[in-house]
Design a binder for this molecule. Sequence first.
Ligand SMILES: CC(=O)CC(=O)C(=O)O
Ligand SMILES: [Mg+2]
Length: 230
Amino acid sequence: MAASSSKQLSRFWEWGRNIVCVGRNYAEHAEEMGSAPPAEPLLFLKPSSAYVREGSPIVRPRYCRTLHHEVELGVVLGRRARAVPQDAAMQLVAGYALCLDMTARDTQEQCKMKGLPWTLAKGFASSCPVSDFVPKEKIADPHKLHIWLKVNGKLRQEGDTSSMIFSIPYLISYISHIFDLEEGDLILTGSPKGVGAVEVDDEIEAGIGDVVSVRFKVAQGTEPGSPKGV
Ligand SMILES: CC(=O)CC(=O)C(=O)O
Ligand SMILES: [Mg+2]
């Protein structure tokens, strides 16, 4: 099947496709979370309604007291992938995006203690802010990118994608042996160290080097009747 063009995927967040997240893909972040680096990729999913774009706020759920930022490189798939070998995986990539894996850290800790899935912690509405789409032709080597994040102008997170434990082709191949990846799917490749809390009215700015950047404000969720959490 032919790959979708960059133009078709330039608004990938509107396709309603899978958001597949990789956890603990940087050893220093695994360590700061008190975990050992994984022997196999740790995967979880966000719903496509988790997307938020610049101009709308990141909304802290009512059940969350400790909302953390995680800056991550996102990989946008341009073609369906089933059981692809690593050496063919990069041909399926259409482009990249700067992504945030917003995390209700207190909820996640509760989920871990109770052996529950991370959906409330990682999958709430607006938990996946994304930048504009960056066509793959604009990135010479996705494993040599500087990703960074500031809160209210102060640098909080910096990482180099060369430090990923599992490379992009490894991840695409690995995931595609579990379920089909589709055109328009997004893979969040994990956070470097330096995750931390944001408060209501904070401003987050994040980018991939000087290729693309985004700004988001944090707001408080006020939905009546929203769950109490875990
Ligand atoms: C501990 C985590 O929240 C895993 C994660 O999302 C990561 O990027 O690492
Ligand atoms: Mg993450």
